[in-house]
Structure formats: structure tokens, C-alpha cells
Design a binder for this molecule. Structure first.
Ligand code: ATP
Length: 237
């Protein structure tokens, strides 16, 4: 569970997030909104990459005062719009560098990495350099990175960007497995509303840094305010 209380972020004259309060308590939750709405800023605040006013709690623990590496150690995992894979490392070593920072026996870590590679279908690419992976395989490796080391909160920023419909479908299936495999809650930003509808039980809609809707995804998407702001429809009624 992720609880944001009264989160405000300003960049000079731009208010990227304006007193946003929200509780994400589903296995998979979404954040949608037009370009510049504050979606990535929300993930940056939760990860600790950006300072903000207000308070952030995950699974009941206040983490607002923690540095990004402490949050990662706690169990926060994150993918970015541009993947963070190290191109000069193999897929396996990209997982290993995460586990090197965490406690646990070597044996458990090997089992953890094997499971992540198996689940994502990357077992045969374990020793392939990340630089040699295609876009989809890189995305799968991103998911694998989020599966290792006992994650508690996993966040994906536009995971479907640049993927084909079939790849998006499979990636969605993988994201849906994360909670059952690890117990972690997942937060997904994407412009692909079909993907969000399929995998996110609940969705937050941001517009100009403000929360304009939050709740069960189908209900939120049917909200006239959301349709006007996000789906580009003329104001209804
Ligand atoms: N480092 C920064 N410096 C200045 N302004 C920023 C910075 N990061 C974000 N912003 C501004 O904050 C607002 C929110 O940006 P953010 O990236 O969170 O939006 P977004 O909803 O993720 O958009 P997109 O869908 O285009 O990725 C925008 O007006 C953006 O220009």
C-alpha cells in the first residue's frame, strides 16, 4: 500500500503536483493523465529522487525522510521511461548488481535470479549483454530487475512504450503476476488506456498536477471530467 498525503512539487513557476493525496491499495494500480500532468513526478517523489512537501508512507511505514538507496533497500523497485540497464553487463549481472546491495545468502540470491529469468522468459539470455537485447527483451529485463530482492512496491513508467500489441499483452500478463510472485504492490503509468484498463484495479487521474479522479479503473474512465481532460472529448453535459 502506498499513501501520499498532501504532496506538492514545484519547479520554479510550474506546480508539477498540487497537494495530491491518494492511497493505492490494489495489487496493481494505474496513474494516467495528459502529457505534463505530473505522473512521472509522482513516481520520482515516491522513489525519493525529488523532494516534496507532504508525507509518503508505504505499507504503513513513513519513508519520506529516506534517501533513494534506503527506499530501494526497503523494497522499492522502479523502471524508467528509458530503461536503466547497464549495456556492458549481461542480463544476469544486471540482476546481480541489485542483489549485491541487499542482505541474503548467495544461494537464495541465485534462486531469486533464476526465478526472475524464468518468469520473464529470459533464461536463455542470462549471459547475453544488455546491449544486444531488443526493445522488448530490455523491457522484460526491466521486469526481472523489479522481481529480485524481495520487492514491496514496484513502479513502471510507460512500460508499453514502443511495444507491439502482442508484446504489450504479454508484458501486462507479467505485471499481473508480480503480486502473486512477490507480494509487492505495483504502480503503472502508461498512455495505453487499454493496458491500464486490463491490469489496474484502481487508477489515479492527474491533470495539471491535480488529482481529478481516483477509484476503480472502469468507473474513473467513465467520469466526464476524466473524459474531458484526458480523452480529449468535448466537455459533457
Ligand atoms: N526537472 C524538471 N524541471 C522543471 N520542470 C519539470 C521537471 N520535471 C518535470 N517538470 C514539469 O513538471 C510537470 C509535470 O511533469 P511530469 O514529467 O511529471 O509529467 P507526466 O505526466 O509524467 O508527463 P508525460 O506523460 O509527458 O511523461 C510538467 O509541466 C513538466 O514540464
Amino acid at each position: 500500500m502506498i499513501e501520499l498525503q498532501n504532496i506538492t512539487v514545484r519547479f520554479g513557476g510550474v506546480t508539477a503536483l498540487d497537494a495530491v493525496s491518494v492511497v493505492f491499495d490494489a495489487p496493481v494500480s494505474g496513474i494516467i493523465g495528459p502529457n505534463g500532468a505530473g505522473k512521472t513526478t509522482t513516481m520520482n517523489v515516491i522513489s525519493g529522487f525529488l523532494p516534496s512537501s507532504g508525507q509518503i508512507a508505504c505499507d504503513g511505514e513513513v519513508i519520506s525522510h529516506q534517501a533513494p538507496h534506503q527506499r530501494a533497500r526497503w523494497g522499492l523497485r522502479r523502471s524508467f521511461q528509458r530503461e536503466q540497464l547497464a549495456d556492458d553487463l549481461s542480463v544476469l549481472d544486471n540482476l546481480r548488481v541489485i542483489l549485491d546491495e541487499l542482505p541474503g545468502s548467495r544461494r537464495d540470491k541465485v534462486a531469486d535470479m533464476d526465478r526472475a529469468l524464468e518468469v520473464t522468459g529470459l533464461a536463455l539470455k542470462a549471459h547475453t549483454l544488455a546491449a544486444r537485447l531488443n526493445t522488448y527483451e530490455r523491457r522484460l529485463a526491466d521486469v526481472a530487475r523489479c522481481l529480485v530482492g524481495r520487492p514491496r512496491i514496484v513502479m513502471f513508467d510507460e512500460p508499453a512504450g514502443g511495444l507491439t500489441p502482442d508484446e504489450t499483452q504479454h508484458l501486462g500478463d507479467l505485471i499481473l503476476q508480480i503480486h502473486g510472485l512477490t507480494g509487492a504492490a505495483t504502480l503503472v503509468i502508461d498512455h495505453d488506456v487499454d493496458l491500464i484498463t486490463r491490469i489496474c484495479e484502481q487508477t489515479l487521474v492527474l491533470d495539471f498536477g491535480r488529482r481529478i479522479a481516483m477509484g476503480p479503473t472502469a468507473m474513473v474512465l467513465a467520469d466526464p471530467l476524466v473524459q474531458a481532460a484526458y480523452l480529449g472529448l468535448e466537455e459533457l453535459g
